[in-house]
Design a protein around this ligand. Sequence first.
Ligand code: ZN
Length: 158
Amino acid sequence: MKIEKDTAVTLRYKISDSLGKILEQSDEPMAYLHGGYGNTFAKIEEALEGQEAGYRTTLELQPQDAYGLRDESLLQTIPKAEFPPGVKVGGQLRCQGEDGQSHVFIVLKVKGDKVLLDGNHPFAGKTLRFNVTVTDVRPATEEEVTHGHVHGAHGHHH
Ligand code: ZN
């Protein structure tokens, strides 16, 4: 069947940067609910619309169509004393940003008694290449459409 609104699409993907260096690849297929539910990037849905299982494509997405531009206000410095023990440079930390939202921060460096954190997604500001292979397309269930995501082996678990 063809990919259209309210179909559950299973795919494998590889993400590389604009130079072709692989940044992430799916070990397991992932499933998403097609039709503007925000499960995946709009440009990916656009490219897959009307395609079937077996379809394979490579898309180049600008930062604003993928993980967004870098936001320098998400660079934060906190006193080392407030820093939870056991977190290292390169590690991640969930805490509240200046906008009051919870963000995952990456520990950039420790300098004296200060710790520098970056709340940007690691792929923010990057032009990314998505290599996508559609492995399965099926109609979504009514429950999946109500929830706005796909259930089952490669979907959302409750
Ligand atoms: Zn659900």
